[in-house]
Write a protein that binds this ligand. Structure first.
Ligand code: TXA
Ligand code: MG
Length: 328
């Protein structure tokens, strides 16, 4: 039966090829031995995740990246020095040490050093790195507490290492490196403003590939993702309230819950409104986002409404997750 694990028990289970829920500063991960293909395959099965969606490899320290990659561009070196341990994932050319299962056949591997002290201790106990996608069934809301992992993946895992609620609350930022620019594939825990401050004059651009359901080169970009089971209606900032109107055509106000930034929506009853940050702080809002979505998904309502938060700092990652959650 799965349960909360000690560090030693988590290490033993991983060495046996089992799966363990691990805390990170972003969201909880579903970890397995990155050098054991059978264990990696179990991750896909447990999440019901398609094999075309590749996994991030988690390292104990930046110097372990060299064995997994054939080259580390100067911009990547600077980002590692500034952001690791922390919520930044780098796409780097993979070495033969990384199996095609992990990268879904792609030539780049995603790597990061997470910042949670328990998981860093775990990684330093183990003779291998850990693959760890977010510990949720494929397409569902990411977990930010140990209880979220046990509730959804309990039967598939040896247990969870409980590191408390996640500090950041949204996944890592994912970047890759073109000849002339650092490309952002997923907005996340390191904001674009922070990347710009680190990279100075280096060009940064957003990945403008349109997402296709089976495009392995578009990380985290599957169009429908992070989604509750209830329909989520989403309005962009400053673009009217067409989604709210559409929602209220389908559902009575009492049947609608909401994710609100700093104050409740006046046209909806306050009972099922989850306020992200009363002081309007995007970092606090990010931390509270996924837990709020889970509570609303479990509440006695029929639909969820959300409006974009300011598109700055971690607000960009929040908006990205809400936008994807609204697609189905
Ligand atoms: O914060 C995070 O990144 C969390 C914690 C647990 O570390 N992990 C996470 O993993 O969000 P996951 O699998 O839920 O999302 C990682 C995204 C996937 O959408 C995948 O498509 C992309 O990263 N990705 C991973 N490896 C890739 C690769 N080699 N090439 C392109 N995209 C990749
Ligand atoms: Mg995920």
């Amino acid at each position: 039966m799965s349960q909360l694990l000690t560090l030693a028990a988590a290490a033993t289970a991983l060495q046996r090829g089992e799966l363990v829920g691990i805390p990170t500063e972003t969201v909880y991960g579903l970890a397995a031995n990155a050098f054991d293909d059978a264990a990696v395959a179990r991750v896909f099965t447990a999440k019901n995740r398609p094999y075309f969606d590749p996994l991030i490899v988690h390292l104990a320290a930046a110097d372990q990246a060299a064995a997994l990659c054939t080259a580390i561009p100067p911009a990547a070196e600077r980002l590692m020095a500034a952001c690791w341990p922390g919520p930044l994932t780098l796409l780097l050319p993979k070495s033969s040490r990384v199996s095609d299962l992990i990268t879904a056949g792609a030539q780049r591997v995603a790597v990061r050093v997470p910042r949670h002290p328990l998981t860093l201790s775990l990684l330093s106990l183990l003779p291998f790195p850990l693959v760890a996608p977010s510990a949720n069934p494929f397409g569902y809301i990411s977990p930010t507490q140990a209880a979220h992992v046990l509730a959804q993946l309990g039967p598939h895992i040896a247990g969870v290492l409980d590191g408390g609620p996640c500090d950041i609350g949204v996944e890592s930022t994912i970047v890759g490196f073109d000849a002339d620019a650092v490309v952002i594939y997923r907005d996340g825990g390191v904001s674009r403003e922070a990347l710009t401050a680190i990279l100075g004059n280096d060009a940064i651009r957003a990945n403008n590939q349109t997402s296709k359901e089976n495009q392995p080169d578009a990380p985290g970009q599957l169009s429908s993702h992070y989604a509750p089971r209830k329909p989520l209606y989403f309005d962009e900032i400053d673009q009217g309230d067409g989604a709210l109107t559409a929602c209220l055509q389908e559902f009575s106000p009492e049947q609608v819950g909401a994710i609100a930034f700093c104050a409740p929506f006046p046209s909806l009853p306050p009972a099922h409104q989850w306020i992200l940050s009363e002081s309007g702080n995007c970092a606090e809002a990010a931390q509270r986002l996924f837990h709020g979505l889970r509570l609303l998904d479990a509440a006695a309502i029929g639909a969820i409404y959300a409006r974009a938060v300011p598109d700055q700092g971690l607000g960009r990652a929040i908006n990205d997750r809400l936008r994807r959650a609204s697609r189905r």
